[in-house]
Design a binder for this molecule. Sequence first.
Ligand SMILES: [Zn+2]
Length: 676
Amino acid sequence: MTNPLLHTEGLPAFSRITPAHVEPAVDYLLAENRRRIRELLESLQKPTWLNFIEPLDEWDDELERAWSPVSHMNSVVNSDDLRAAYNACLPKLSEYGTEMGQNEALYAMYKRLADSDQPFDEGQRKVLDNALRDFHLSGVDLPADKKTRYKEISQQLSQLTSTFSENVLDASNAWSKRLDDVASLAGLPQSALDLAAQTAQQRGEQGWMLTLDFPSFFPVMTYADDRVLRREMYEAYNTRASDQGPHDPQYDNSELMEQILALRHEQAQLLGFANYAERSLATKMARSTDEVMHFLHDLAERSKPQAERELAELRAFAAELGHDDLQPWDVGYYAEKLRKQRYNISQEEVKPYFPETRVVPGMFEVMSRLFGVSFHEVEGVEAWHPDVKFYEVRDPDGHEVAQFYFDLYARPNKRGGAWMDTCQSRRVTSGSCQLPVAYMTCNFTPPVGDKPALLTHDEVETLFHEFGHGLHHMLTRVDYPAIAGISGVAWDAVELPSQFMENFCWEREALEHFSGHYETGEPIPQEMFERMLAAKNFQSAMMMMRQLEFALFDFRIHREYDPQQGGRVYEILNQVREQVAVIMPPVWNRFAHGFSHIFAGGYAAGYYSYKWAEVLSADAFSLFEENGVFDAATGRSFLENILSKGGSRDAAELFHAFRGREPQIDALLRHSGIAA
Ligand SMILES: [Zn+2]
């Protein structure tokens, strides 16, 4: 084999991978896998773990090892050719995935294995249960007529949801506002003015142009002194793809929303669920729809009084400036002014205390103290760019347990933001042990001259967050790839380790390890640290209520769907708002028409997960607050009970094993500065 993507030993050969290798490798592996799986199913008399699951894992692994460097390079060293090759493979991979989920012979073999009297360990049992569950959720075990209907619905849904998001996008793109006089944009920061001028220029227009893209919309709502302008943009944004506001009726999502809700409901019932909310929970940590509703109501009840106080404060502040009658399009504007007056903290002020040269080794030290692991840079491992570093992770006995690539700096053709991705998964078979390998990617401003890269506190927090995911992937002790690391972890629990790690960025004791002025080494002044903390929790209860409004709305429209009455989208939204909104939007607000997360994305009846995972991570961290931020026994217990266990047991059990009880919301409220 001369194609480096088909080289199945060791780390990817990045220096030899070219766009021309991508499609042939994927085509070859997909064809090979189809053939091998067909032959395996035909030849197997009696499936066992060894003769059935291990080869399937092996072939999946080959595909992952070929595809992961491609998809990674597409993100970090993008080129036209690579993107074309990458995009050409996406539909092939998704078709293969659907085909496997619908493969009846494959399902039957899994079932035979699961029903046999062979002894399975706990992890193997979990792998089989998950697989059977996923086959069931894809409709493979339905009677023929229902199966046909199931497939029809799936196809319709994929079309309707994609039209939904196209409508949002098209309606957004169709709206713009040109201004001749920069004075009408008074209050906006220079960066927003530059963007508006650049947008006008790109469209061959004079002056300044505003659009509904977030980088244009958000600064107007936050900084524009012109109240009429704020109202106009608020209206345009919050009526996108609806029957209201300035938009073309051809983009109206009203009918699509009804159809999507109806079809989801029907499909859930085909599978034996009472409604789509129940279907959504089949793969999540939350056990019942009642539990989710109770959870959201509880948080709302305990946050609302403070949210009302925060709003009253904001009203009073606006009134002092001569503005009574606070409207939704005023909230962001006065909030920013109040925040500035009170805390006057800027990321620029904080940056000199977070040089990369201190943050990165300091973060490694924090993780060492907590989990007993150590980090060692390895020279000479080939990567996709000269700036990339490579590390080994060793356990307390000095054994290598994982590896990762560390790509720190922003550069052209690299996607923005920070993330963790999987290069290889941990997989232990009768004959071999493959260690987990991660890609850790950031976009820090590169160092200039002798001055190290300086990070904002937000960037430091993001780095800790992503290393939480990274540790989950790398410190796993589970041998079966389907449930090792982040694989097979319930969706509403997968952010537990990452959000957990963020907490260390707000602990004075931990900060000492990874902060210090880049010139003097001085620690962050206590006064500055306190302002940072206060600014973090500014209006947190109002923010909490807003997230709860989205989450309750999402969950209720899926849970209460009734074919007789239809979706009742705004009826339910209004009920939710009566209950939790502190500031009532105008009657023409059509927020739901642009809520792509739930109508077009993966968050349907799952938006609550954001808060759910936050509660888990805050509550887990509270044990460290009780026992000491660096208490070694608590750190080892977190490693033992949660980080290393991946998806091998239910998230609720793992949490219980670590915390000794069910999750409680108190720690999250306390960390958010909400006194409940
Ligand atoms: Zn995350």
